[in-house]
Design a binder for this molecule. Structure first.
Ligand SMILES: C[S@@+](CC[C@H](N)C(=O)[O-])C[C@H]1O[C@@H](n2cnc3c(N)ncnc32)[C@H](O)[C@@H]1O
Length: 289
């Protein structure tokens, strides 16, 4: 089993000049990344109106995923933390606008200007703390929050990802839902250990009928479509989840008898008609309310 690259070094170090060239010259990697990108683009479900869309490729690397967007007539902006990967993308003369950026620091686009986003094999990197100042939960929050703001309402973001375990999976999904996205997980070829692929399908805004999750593909999958990273087999299927409700804070200060009596007194002084105090006023109820 090959070691996961995320466990070897931070992305900007792992994807150095040598690795960036090796990655981009492997026909097996090219085949896999192109297929994953085509599937992500399909799940973006962009309107078939012939108008080119402005898309993001997050963790675009050397441009393998972005090229699928160009081939389908879209404009794209690619960002990556590895200068070496971006250098190879420039050499390959990809059409996208490229820039060096760490997605964990948030995206600096204007609100609502992006029509959709894909991210292929990249976002699980945010679950690692590569520097002492890195807190994965905060980096995911900054990333998903800024992505939510720059996407047009109703736009989708599709993440093909390789979480290392269920805890990482939950952390990524929770962070996305907390940012305001609705959506869930689509797994293609769930019964094939070779071809199984996991996508987080997000829609910018609350769930609606038009944002129903696409169906995962069944069967064994193409034979040249193996995972290049082995993940834990347990899957979570989350669908149509949305921002969790904030639990209402009820502490002693705002529920005790003294506080209720004080409030009533204040209201009386203001001339408000308030019921008389009794032995039941401000009493503790069974469930704390
Ligand atoms: C497996 S490569 C995939 C590249 C490209 N999407 C493709 O399909 O060929 C993962 C990429 O994610 C990038 N990446 C990892 N962490 C990142 C971060 N915090 N910000 C931006 N890019 C990151 C890496 O530098 C690397 O280029």
């Amino acid at each position: 089993m090959a070691a996961r690259p995320e466990l070897i070094a931070p992305p900007e170090i792992f994807y150095n000049d040598t690795e960036a060239r090796k990655y981009t010259s492997s026909s097996r990697i090219i085949d896999i990344q192109v297929k994953l990108s085509e599937r992500a683009l399909e799940m973006l479900a962009l309107p078939d109106d012939g108008v080119p869309k402005l898309l993001l490729d997050i963790g675009c690397g050397s441009g393998l995923s972005g090229e699928t967007l160009s081939e389908n007539g879209h404009q794209w902006i690619g960002l990556d933390i590895s200068q070496s990967m971006l250098d190879v993308a420039v050499e390959r003369e990809v059409d996208g606008d490229l820039f060096l950026a760490d997605m964990g620091q948030g995206l600096g686009f204007r609100p609502g200007v992006i029509d959709g986003a894909i991210s292929i094999s990249a976002v699980q990197w945010l679950c690692n703390a590569d520097k002492s100042c890195h807190e994965p939960r905060l980096r995911l929050k900054a990333f998903f929050g800024s992505l939510y703001r720059c996407l047009a309402k109703g736009a989708r973001a599709i993440f093909q990802l390789y979480p290392e375990n269920n805890a990482q999976r939950e952390l990524i999904y929770d962070s996305a839902m907390r940012a305001g996205f609705s959506g869930g997980v689509v797994v293609d070829y769930p019964n094939s250990s070779r071809s199984k692929k996991e996508y987080l399908v997000l829609t910018c805004g609350p769930p609606s009928l038009s944002t129903a999750l696409p169906k995962g593909k069944d069967g064994d999958g193409p034979s040249d479509y193996e995972s290049d990273v082995d993940g834990e087999e347990t899957m979570v299927y989350v669908s149509d989840r949305h921002r969790p409700q904030k639990r209402q804070k009820l502490d002693e200060k705002t529920t005790g008898r003294e506080w209720v009596l004080g409030r009533k007194e204040k209201m009386r002084k203001r001339g408000v008609d308030v019921p008389d105090d009794t032995k039941y006023t401000g009493r503790k109820r069974k469930h704390g309310f």
